[in-house]
Structures are given as structure tokens and as C-alpha cells.
Design a binder for this molecule. Structure first.
Ligand code: HEC
Length: 162
């Protein structure tokens, strides 16, 4: 009997949480919210892996071949993903109501070839990184810089500068 009550209380608590978070989401609704949030989180994941590798190069974290290879492979896997679903037309920061939510510039769509060129540079740089990061710290250092440049290369043209 006690157990049943406890279980009921627990599921009530879960239901309340779901209701509250559902309510908050409804308030913040804007076009392509899921897509915009997904791509920002995606970028955060690649930044996280980059920061682990950056710390190893700078000596703020001990070089570890296995971890370096894992982070580099993650970065290449992210670059290889088909991300088109997260970048629907009409989800740029010039669209009414989206300025506060996304830094993606309209050029990412209107100059799609230019955007894909930056994407290709990123894909190639992460490929080289994945092939070398696990060999030695020196190999990692030699290929990481180009990856950082490829991030910046795209951000300079297609992400709102703050
Ligand atoms: C082909 C273009 C492109 C490449 C390459 C690229 N980014 Fe981005 N990135 C963007 C765009 C566009 C945005 C803005 C997304 C938005 O706000 O909707 C962004 C946003 C971000 C953000 C902010 C996310 C947030 O929470 O607002 C971070 C961090 C980031 N990128 C890191 C990186 C790193 C690290 C790399 C390289 C390893 C990289 N990006 C490569 C286009 C790119």
C-alpha cells in the first residue's frame, strides 16, 4: 500500500514537471525552434571536442592518444553528418522574430555555394585531424589549426558577428 502511494506521488511529480516545462516551451515558441536549437547544440558539441584538443595542444591537459583520436573522430563525424534538416529555408536571423534566437545569416541560403565551400573546407580539415590526432601531440598540433580556421572561415561570412 505504502509503495503504491509512493509510486503515485512519484508519477504525479513527473506529470507536474512535464506540465510546467510544456507550458514554458509554449510561451517561447518561434518558427523553427527545434531546428535552431538542434543546430546550436550541434555547434556546441563540436566546440566541446575542439576545446579538449586545444587544451592538449596548449598543455592545459595531458596529451592522450586515445582521447585525442576520439575527439577528432567525433569532429569529423559531425562534419560528415547530413545536417540539412537543421537548416531549413526561412530560419535565418533576418526573419521576423528570429533575430534573438539565431545568428545564422540569410547568406547561408542565398549564397549556398559559398556556404558549402566553407563546409567542404571544414570537412577536409576534420578528415586530416581524424587521421593524425591519435598519432602524437605534434601531429595533432599540425592539423588542429586548420580546423579552427575552417570554423572561423564559415562564421566570418555566415554567422552574425556580435
Ligand atoms: C559551414 C559553416 C560553419 C562551420 C564550418 C562551422 N560553423 Fe559554427 N556556426 C555556423 C552558423 C551559421 C552558426 C549560427 C547558428 C544559429 O545561431 O542558428 C554557428 C554557430 C556556432 C556556435 C554558437 C552556437 C550557439 O549556441 O549559439 C558555436 C559555438 C560554433 N558555431 C562553433 C563552431 C566550431 C567549433 C566549428 C568548427 C569545428 C564550427 N562552428 C564550424 C556555421 C558554421
Amino acid at each position: 500500500m505504502k509503495l503504491t502511494i509512493r509510486k503515485t506521488m512519484a508519477s504525479l511529480a513527473v506529470a507536474a514537471t512535464v506540465l510546467v516545462s510544456g507550458g514554458l516551451q509554449a510561451e517561447e515558441k518561434y518558427p523553427f525552434k527545434n531546428e535552431i536549437e538542434a543546430r546550436k547544440h550541434f555547434m556546441q558539441v563540436t566546440r566541446f571536442n575542439l576545446s579538449v584538443l586545444g587544451a592538449m595542444v596548449k598543455g592545459n591537459r595531458e596529451y592522450n592518444a586515445e582521447l585525442a583520436a576520439a575527439a577528432a573522430n567525433n569532429m569529423h563525424a559531425l562534419a560528415k553528418m547530413d545536417n540539412s534538416l537543421m537548416w531549413p529555408k526561412g530560419s535565418d536571423n533576418a526573419v521576423d522574430g528570429l533575430k534573438a534566437h539565431t545568428d545564422a545569416l540569410p547568406d547561408a541560403w542565398s549564397d549556398f555555394d559559398g556556404y558549402m565551400e566553407k563546409h567542404k573546407a571544414w570537412l577536409d580539415a576534420t578528415k586530416n585531424l581524424a587521421a593524425s590526432a591519435g598519432k602524437s601531440k605534434d601531429d595533432l598540433r599540425k592539423t588542429l589549426g586548420a580546423v579552427g580556421k575552417s570554423c572561423k572561415g564559415c562564421h566570418d561570412d555566415f554567422k552574425q558577428q556580435k
